[in-house]
Design a protein. Structure first.
Length: 241
Protein backbone atom coordinates (compact mmCIF):
# COMPACT_ATOMS: atom_id res chain seq x y z
CA UNK A 1 0.00 0.00 0.00
CA UNK A 2 2.77 2.45 0.92
CA UNK A 3 4.65 1.64 -2.29
CA UNK A 4 1.51 2.24 -4.40
CA UNK A 5 0.80 5.58 -2.71
CA UNK A 6 4.45 6.63 -3.10
CA UNK A 7 4.35 5.81 -6.81
CA UNK A 8 1.18 7.83 -7.39
CA UNK A 9 2.49 10.82 -5.43
CA UNK A 10 5.73 10.73 -7.41
CA UNK A 11 3.74 10.79 -10.66
CA UNK A 12 2.06 13.96 -9.43
CA UNK A 13 5.37 15.70 -8.81
CA UNK A 14 5.72 15.06 -5.07
CA UNK A 15 9.07 14.10 -3.63
CA UNK A 16 8.63 10.90 -1.61
CA UNK A 17 10.99 9.33 0.90
CA UNK A 18 10.17 5.87 2.25
CA UNK A 19 11.77 4.98 5.58
CA UNK A 20 12.44 1.33 6.44
CA UNK A 21 11.87 1.96 10.17
CA UNK A 22 11.15 4.98 12.37
CA UNK A 23 10.61 7.89 10.00
CA UNK A 24 11.16 10.70 12.53
CA UNK A 25 14.86 11.28 11.82
CA UNK A 26 14.36 11.07 8.03
CA UNK A 27 11.45 13.54 8.27
CA UNK A 28 13.47 16.06 10.27
CA UNK A 29 16.64 15.72 8.19
CA UNK A 30 14.60 16.24 5.00
CA UNK A 31 13.01 19.35 6.51
CA UNK A 32 16.40 20.77 7.51
CA UNK A 33 17.87 19.99 4.06
CA UNK A 34 14.93 21.76 2.41
CA UNK A 35 15.47 24.80 4.64
CA UNK A 36 18.85 25.37 3.02
CA UNK A 37 16.99 26.79 0.02
CA UNK A 38 13.66 28.16 1.27
CA UNK A 39 11.44 28.72 4.30
CA UNK A 40 10.08 25.30 5.26
CA UNK A 41 7.15 24.13 7.41
CA UNK A 42 6.81 20.72 9.01
CA UNK A 43 3.18 19.82 9.78
CA UNK A 44 2.72 17.31 12.60
CA UNK A 45 1.28 16.68 16.06
CA UNK A 46 4.34 14.63 17.10
CA UNK A 47 6.36 16.26 19.87
CA UNK A 48 9.30 13.97 18.99
CA UNK A 49 9.61 15.84 15.68
CA UNK A 50 9.54 19.22 17.43
CA UNK A 51 12.41 18.20 19.74
CA UNK A 52 14.41 16.68 16.87
CA UNK A 53 13.95 19.84 14.80
CA UNK A 54 15.47 21.90 17.59
CA UNK A 55 18.44 19.52 17.63
CA UNK A 56 19.06 19.23 13.87
CA UNK A 57 18.05 22.69 12.60
CA UNK A 58 20.66 25.29 11.62
CA UNK A 59 20.29 28.98 12.38
CA UNK A 60 22.14 29.90 9.19
CA UNK A 61 19.46 28.20 7.03
CA UNK A 62 16.12 29.69 6.06
CA UNK A 63 13.37 29.75 8.70
CA UNK A 64 11.78 26.45 9.75
CA UNK A 65 8.25 26.40 11.18
CA UNK A 66 6.61 23.56 13.08
CA UNK A 67 2.85 23.63 12.46
CA UNK A 68 0.62 21.58 14.75
CA UNK A 69 -1.85 19.45 12.81
CA UNK A 70 -4.89 19.80 15.09
CA UNK A 71 -7.38 17.04 14.34
CA UNK A 72 -10.25 18.41 16.43
CA UNK A 73 -12.03 21.68 15.76
CA UNK A 74 -11.71 22.63 19.43
CA UNK A 75 -7.93 22.45 19.21
CA UNK A 76 -5.93 25.48 18.16
CA UNK A 77 -3.43 25.29 15.35
CA UNK A 78 -0.07 26.37 16.73
CA UNK A 79 2.97 27.46 14.75
CA UNK A 80 6.47 27.43 16.26
CA UNK A 81 9.38 29.32 14.74
CA UNK A 82 12.09 26.69 15.19
CA UNK A 83 14.88 28.99 14.03
CA UNK A 84 13.96 31.65 16.61
CA UNK A 85 13.56 29.03 19.36
CA UNK A 86 17.00 27.62 18.63
CA UNK A 87 18.59 31.05 18.67
CA UNK A 88 16.92 31.76 22.03
CA UNK A 89 17.74 28.44 23.71
CA UNK A 90 21.19 27.89 22.18
CA UNK A 91 22.70 24.84 20.50
CA UNK A 92 23.65 23.07 23.74
CA UNK A 93 20.20 23.23 25.32
CA UNK A 94 18.55 22.12 22.08
CA UNK A 95 20.77 19.04 21.94
CA UNK A 96 20.24 18.29 25.62
CA UNK A 97 16.45 18.52 25.23
CA UNK A 98 16.62 15.17 23.43
CA UNK A 99 17.65 13.54 26.70
CA UNK A 100 14.93 15.23 28.78
CA UNK A 101 12.26 14.31 26.23
CA UNK A 102 13.31 10.64 26.02
CA UNK A 103 13.81 10.18 29.77
CA UNK A 104 10.47 11.73 30.75
CA UNK A 105 8.55 9.93 27.99
CA UNK A 106 8.26 10.08 24.21
CA UNK A 107 6.66 7.91 21.50
CA UNK A 108 8.90 4.96 22.35
CA UNK A 109 9.71 5.41 26.06
CA UNK A 110 7.47 5.37 29.13
CA UNK A 111 6.26 8.47 30.94
CA UNK A 112 7.19 8.72 34.62
CA UNK A 113 4.00 9.14 36.63
CA UNK A 114 3.80 12.42 38.53
CA UNK A 115 6.97 13.97 37.04
CA UNK A 116 6.48 16.64 34.38
CA UNK A 117 8.91 17.67 31.68
CA UNK A 118 8.75 21.29 32.83
CA UNK A 119 10.44 20.51 36.16
CA UNK A 120 13.13 18.46 34.40
CA UNK A 121 13.69 21.24 31.84
CA UNK A 122 14.13 23.75 34.67
CA UNK A 123 16.81 21.51 36.21
CA UNK A 124 18.50 21.49 32.80
CA UNK A 125 18.58 25.26 32.28
CA UNK A 126 19.71 25.79 35.89
CA UNK A 127 22.66 23.45 35.28
CA UNK A 128 21.81 21.27 38.26
CA UNK A 129 24.68 18.78 38.68
CA UNK A 130 22.78 15.45 38.54
CA UNK A 131 20.86 16.46 35.44
CA UNK A 132 23.96 17.84 33.70
CA UNK A 133 26.06 14.73 34.39
CA UNK A 134 23.29 12.50 33.04
CA UNK A 135 22.79 14.58 29.91
CA UNK A 136 26.53 14.67 29.20
CA UNK A 137 26.74 10.86 29.34
CA UNK A 138 23.52 9.93 27.56
CA UNK A 139 24.30 11.89 24.38
CA UNK A 140 27.72 10.23 24.00
CA UNK A 141 28.35 7.10 21.99
CA UNK A 142 29.76 3.84 23.40
CA UNK A 143 28.73 4.31 27.02
CA UNK A 144 28.62 1.14 29.12
CA UNK A 145 25.33 -0.29 30.34
CA UNK A 146 26.44 0.04 33.95
CA UNK A 147 27.22 3.74 33.56
CA UNK A 148 23.87 4.38 31.89
CA UNK A 149 22.00 2.35 34.51
CA UNK A 150 23.68 4.07 37.47
CA UNK A 151 23.17 7.56 36.08
CA UNK A 152 19.56 6.80 35.23
CA UNK A 153 18.90 5.73 38.82
CA UNK A 154 20.68 8.82 40.18
CA UNK A 155 18.43 11.08 38.13
CA UNK A 156 15.29 9.20 39.18
CA UNK A 157 16.24 9.73 42.83
CA UNK A 158 16.87 13.42 42.14
CA UNK A 159 13.56 13.92 40.31
CA UNK A 160 11.66 12.46 43.28
CA UNK A 161 13.40 14.78 45.72
CA UNK A 162 15.98 12.36 47.11
CA UNK A 163 19.53 13.15 48.17
CA UNK A 164 22.68 12.11 46.34
CA UNK A 165 23.38 9.21 48.72
CA UNK A 166 19.79 7.86 48.73
CA UNK A 167 19.03 4.46 47.24
CA UNK A 168 15.99 4.31 44.99
CA UNK A 169 14.44 1.42 46.96
CA UNK A 170 14.70 3.19 50.33
CA UNK A 171 13.43 6.46 48.80
CA UNK A 172 10.39 4.62 47.43
CA UNK A 173 9.63 3.30 50.92
CA UNK A 174 9.96 6.73 52.54
CA UNK A 175 7.70 8.41 49.95
CA UNK A 176 5.15 5.59 50.17
CA UNK A 177 5.00 5.79 53.97
CA UNK A 178 4.41 9.56 53.86
CA UNK A 179 1.80 9.22 51.12
CA UNK A 180 -0.21 6.59 53.03
CA UNK A 181 0.06 8.51 56.32
CA UNK A 182 -1.32 11.71 54.80
CA UNK A 183 -3.75 10.30 52.22
CA UNK A 184 -7.46 11.05 52.67
CA UNK A 185 -8.42 8.28 50.25
CA UNK A 186 -7.13 4.87 49.17
CA UNK A 187 -3.69 5.07 47.50
CA UNK A 188 -4.21 3.55 44.04
CA UNK A 189 -1.58 1.55 42.18
CA UNK A 190 -0.58 4.31 39.75
CA UNK A 191 0.16 6.60 42.71
CA UNK A 192 2.89 4.32 44.07
CA UNK A 193 6.06 6.44 44.29
CA UNK A 194 8.91 6.21 41.78
CA UNK A 195 9.68 3.22 39.53
CA UNK A 196 11.54 0.24 41.01
CA UNK A 197 15.29 -0.01 40.59
CA UNK A 198 15.09 -2.73 37.87
CA UNK A 199 12.37 -0.82 35.99
CA UNK A 200 14.52 2.35 36.12
CA UNK A 201 17.53 0.42 34.84
CA UNK A 202 15.56 -0.99 31.89
CA UNK A 203 14.01 2.39 31.16
CA UNK A 204 17.44 4.07 31.12
CA UNK A 205 18.93 1.47 28.77
CA UNK A 206 16.00 1.62 26.35
CA UNK A 207 16.01 5.40 26.18
CA UNK A 208 19.78 5.50 25.66
CA UNK A 209 19.28 3.37 22.55
CA UNK A 210 16.49 5.72 21.40
CA UNK A 211 18.78 8.74 21.82
CA UNK A 212 21.50 7.02 19.78
CA UNK A 213 18.94 6.40 17.01
CA UNK A 214 17.90 10.05 17.03
CA UNK A 215 21.51 11.20 16.90
CA UNK A 216 22.44 8.79 14.10
CA UNK A 217 24.83 6.77 16.28
CA UNK A 218 22.94 3.46 16.53
CA UNK A 219 24.30 1.60 13.50
CA UNK A 220 26.57 -0.64 15.58
CA UNK A 221 24.19 -1.05 18.53
CA UNK A 222 22.03 -4.15 18.94
CA UNK A 223 18.71 -3.00 20.47
CA UNK A 224 18.10 -6.43 22.02
CA UNK A 225 21.11 -5.77 24.27
CA UNK A 226 19.45 -2.58 25.50
CA UNK A 227 16.22 -4.09 26.85
CA UNK A 228 14.24 -4.27 23.64
CA UNK A 229 12.90 -7.47 22.09
CA UNK A 230 11.92 -8.06 18.48
CA UNK A 231 8.44 -9.35 17.71
CA UNK A 232 6.82 -9.37 14.25
CA UNK A 233 9.49 -7.01 12.88
CA UNK A 234 8.86 -4.53 15.69
CA UNK A 235 10.90 -3.53 18.72
CA UNK A 236 8.93 -4.12 21.92
CA UNK A 237 10.15 -2.73 25.28
CA UNK A 238 11.11 -5.15 28.04
CA UNK A 239 9.69 -3.30 31.03
CA UNK A 240 11.44 -5.00 33.96
CA UNK A 241 12.89 -8.24 35.32
Amino acid sequence: MIALISTELTKRGCQVIQSPGDADVDTVKTTVERSRYCTTTLVSEDTDLLILLLHYSRTDNEIIYFHSDAKKQSKEHRVYNITLLKETLGDNVCSELIFVHAYLGCDSTSRIFGIGKKSAFQKLVKNEPVMKSCVSAFILQSKSQEDISDLGKDLMVDLFGGKSNDMLSSLRHIIFTKKVATAKAFVTAEQLPAPTSPATRFHSLRMYFQIMVWMGMADDINPTEWRWKQENNQLIPIMTE
